[in-house]
Write a protein that binds this ligand. Structure first.
Ligand SMILES: [Mn+2]
Length: 259
């Protein structure tokens, strides 16, 4: 759960299968391909993903495979779509909706082209990757905690701990049931946060990075036609990649939501 910041960390918000924008982000952050065709940073930087790397967008498998092949420099926290897909890959009965059905469509196509054996193997590898993702990561400087990376939210007393309750909170945020249309009612946990550690989170798309107390939301809704955001630490800089289009095409685009 601890990552030493060392040469620097690039924290990236929800990619949601926007693989083209993700590759552009890697270029902008200065990552380069080595002789094996794998990305590395010349200064030895690392990447932490805030989860929800798949679903809704066009290239879930490619994005997940990228994480699988780059475990030498990438970390990923648990997330709501990640957890749903992990259970689906595990063969459990889950209802695929809110863009998760696109992952299944991609796998049907993958199996048609690559065959059953390869598909089973990839599904197992991705299942393991997603199932083993921790609820949050703590970035440390010479062993001292500085930054918490989490998908949907966290409370100060949960930091550094792990339990079913904590996993749920980090995956979905502070959810107070569902409204009459079946949408989760989200409580804004960050408005109550009073901790010293900087919390970087995603999940809830905002048009611009939202800085409240000691928290920063870096999900700028790339899959909804917004932008992909990375936050560089210790530089404390934002890097953006504009979406090529609105991939999700939902009627109630969350980027239009009034605060
Ligand atoms: Mn999410």
């Amino acid at each position: 759960m601890f990552i030493e910041i060392d040469k620097g960390v690039d924290i990236v918000g929800d990619i949601h299968a926007c693989f083209d924008e993700w590759k552009q982000m890697l270029d902008q952050l200065g990552y380069q391909k080595n002789e094996q065709g794998l990305y590395v940073h010349p200064e030895g930087r690392k990447i932490v993903s805030l989860g929800d790397v798949m679903s809704r967008g066009p290239k879930s498998i490619e994005t997940m495979e990228f994480f699988l092949n780059h475990q030498h420099l990438m970390y990923m926290v648990d997330s709501n779509h990640g957890w749903k897909i992990a259970r689906w890959l595990d063969g459990r009965k889950v209802q695929l909706k809110h863009g998760d059905e696109k992952v299944e469509e991609e796998f049907i196509e993958f199996e048609r082209k690559q065959g059953r054996e390869k598909t089973i193997q990839l599904k197992k590898q991705l299942r393991d990757l997603l199932m083993n993702a921790p609820s949050h990561y703590i970035l440390t400087e010479k062993g001292q905690p500085k930054v918490v990376c989490v998908h949907a939210g966290i409370r100060e007393e949960f930091i550094g701990k792990e339990s079913e309750k904590i996993k749920n909170f980090c995956r979905y945020g502070d959810v107070a049931g569902v409204d009459e249309r079946g949408k989760p009612i989200r409580r804004d946990w960050y408005k109550q946060y009073k901790g010293k550690l900087l919390i970087i989170w995603g999940h809830d798309p905002k048009p611009e990075p939202l800085i409240v107390n000691n928290t920063i939301n870096i999900d700028q809704g790339v899959v909804f036609g917004g932008k992909l955001t990375a936050y560089r630490y210790p530089e404390k800089e934002f890097v953006f990649v504009q979406a090529k289009k609105d991939y999700a095409g939902v009627k109630d685009n969350p980027l239009n939501k009034k605060e």
